[in-house]
Design a protein around this ligand. Sequence first.
Ligand code: UDP
Length: 341
Amino acid sequence: MKKIIVTGGTGYIGSHTCVELINSGFEVIIIDDLSNSTIEVLDGIKKITGIKPEFYKIDLANAKETLRCFDTINNISGVIHFAAYKAVGESVSLPLKYYKNNLNSLINILETMQGKSFKNLIFSSSCTVYGQAEKLPVTEQSPIIKADSPYGNTKQISEEIIYDTINSTENLKAISLRYFNPIGAHESAEIGELPIGEPNNLVPYITQTAAGIRKQLRIFGNDYNTPDGTAIRDYIHVTDLAKAHISALSRLVNNENKTNYEVFNIGTGKGDSVLEVVNTFEKVTGIKLNYKIVNRRPGDIEQIWADTSYSEKNLRSKTEKSLGDALLSAWNWEKKYRNIT
Ligand code: UDP
């Protein structure tokens, strides 16, 4: 059984990926500092898969702790590196917190890998690297433009750090997956997205409004140059996104990669507006959402969606679930977590 280290494995995308890894026959070891997740996620993974992954509470930004932890684990086949801070707004007010954590943890992992025999790395990147692209949909060749936030910048710099390190290290291989907007939850509703405090993201805000935890959803702007005036994103079901990691990892493990560093878009290839998301949520759940239109949110781009042809062909990764499936799964998770019947 191939052993995979998943950093940030108790987080939102990390936990869903752990489930898919276990279901695909991998042995999973989670490293997380629990700064934005809870240890109970391990129980959720166990309920779904029957297996509770081995867990290490480690600050990966600490080089010594990182090395010591990796030293205790034998026969590692690869690392999937999710662990990072991700709140865009917070990164603007606390840039050093973001640079220090997101970059140091990556550097420590790469440095550890250089001295070890396991050579396969999957990195969580983001479509934020494209900014507001002039041409849509965006392909992996679309220009990278200056990031709007320190968070976005850590993703751009991280990709460069990986590229340079791969180029100078024999046998080291990596794939960066540029995620579009992950939403939804595992169909069992045992794991899902659990933001601490008031959600920043659209779908948790919607489900918390439907659950009565938030009074009203604010739709940020209806004066964009889009068919209904609200902003457009490419929303991908988190389970489809998780499965893309298995494809990427298998590509590296089976030496199917074309070059030692590759980049793939992971989205659905379809853009939906905020109002379309709201309307679809209302349709699949039968719940009327209390919402109002307010001003645009600073830093938001108007529209983006992925060209997925390269990843479909090369990763054999194709999304299976619709926007409605994803929104219903998010609601089922919220209901179960809040004990709503
Ligand atoms: N959005 C919104 N109300 C909210 C949260 C988000 O209207 O409470 C909009 C946001 O302006 C963007 C889209 O929903 O157009 C997706 O935002 P999210 O924060 O989920 O992801 P982002 O694309 O910003 O990473």
